[in-house]
Design a protein around this ligand. Structure first.
Ligand code: NAP
Length: 259
């Protein structure tokens, strides 16, 4: 029997990398979620089916995680199509449309970032927890929630305070749900990526290329979606049975303080 994984924002970027890595292991049926880019979601579905070591189900659902109605529909779809949930990966997220200085940034960007990057996953997890709790434990795989935060959860970037605050909130959300869901045998984890090469970082590629040239991180290269996906897969496949609330840095060592 396959376990069932819902990965938000898995049409592109890190989410797609996570879907592909889980597909390769072929232990989970997958629900690919996207917001607006259906073609990318379909491409991801096809790539997952090709990557799978044995037959798995890979389905697609459009849903905006910032919409209460869409979140309800997303979980109804999991229930109707798969009947159970073993893994929720809260990956969907956006950067601010414009990086604005803390002294100028507007409320609309703040509200958008909080809605998609924090409130959405907070309430999606609340609803998903009920389905995770109701799903009989899989014989060999854990039930878990994995939140994709960012080094922005602890790094002050004064040109995107909204993003940093949303990610810091998501880090606290990991601790809250880890404490609440442990009694049900559900682990809750934070994966904290550094600078990862995706569409999100496309507009600032030149800036980060220059920073890497100056030695930004101890492991001095761009991260890839596959780097993040391997950490997620380790949790999803059960490598940490006596851990919860754990933070996995996937940042080339960015978080290290050196002297
Ligand atoms: P990306 O390449 O821009 O992809 C974003 C994904 O999220 C897409 O699948 C997109 O769907 C989906 N999405 C956007 N808004 C959504 C919404 N309201 N509801 C549902 N899905 C939505 O971004 P990424 O770089 O892979 O980032 C993925 C996550 O990693 C984000 O939470 C981001 O904050 C975090 N992160 C990224 C980096 C980095 O350097 N790239 C670093 C640290 C953390 P569509 O294709 O339909 O638009």
């Amino acid at each position: 029997m396959h376990a069932v994984a819902l990965i938000t924002g898995s049409s592109r970027g890190i989410g797609r990398g996570i879907a592909l890595e889980l597909a390769r292991h072929a232990q989970h049926d997958l629900l690919i979620n996207y917001a607006g880019n259906e073609a990318a979601a379909q491409e991801c579905q096809q790539l997952c089916l090709e990557a799978a070591a044995e037959n798995i189900r890979v389905e697609i659902v459009q849903a905006d995680v910032s919409s209460r109605e869409d979140r309800g529909r997303l979980l109804d779809t999991v229930r109707e199509r798969f009947g159970r949930l073993d893994l929720l990966v809260n990956n969907a997220g956006v950067a601010p449309s414009v990086r604005a200085d803390l002294l100028d940034a507007d409320e609309a960007s703040f509200d958008r970032l909080i809605a998609i990057n924090l409130k959405g996953p907070y309430f999606l997890t609340q609803q998903a927890a009920k389905l995770l709790i109701d799903s009989p434990p899989h014989p060999s795989l854990p039930r878990a929630v994995i939140n994709v935060t960012s080094i922005s959860a602890f790094t002050a970037s004064v040109n995107r305070g909204d993003y940093c605050i949303a990610k810091a909130g998501l880090a606290m959300m990991t601790k809250l749900y880890a404490a609440r869901l442990a009694e049900f045998g559900i682990g809750v984890f934070e994966v904290q990526p550094g600078v990862i090469e995706t569409d999100m970082t496309g507009p600032v590629k030149g800036k980060y290329d220059a920073l890497f040239a100056d030695g930004l991180t101890p492991i001095n290269r761009w991260g890839t979606p596959a780097d993040v996906a391997r950490a997620v897969a380790a949790v999803a496949l059960g490598a940490f049975p006596y851990s919860t609330g754990q933070v996995f840095n996937v940042d080339g060592g960015f978080h290290l303080r050196t002297l």
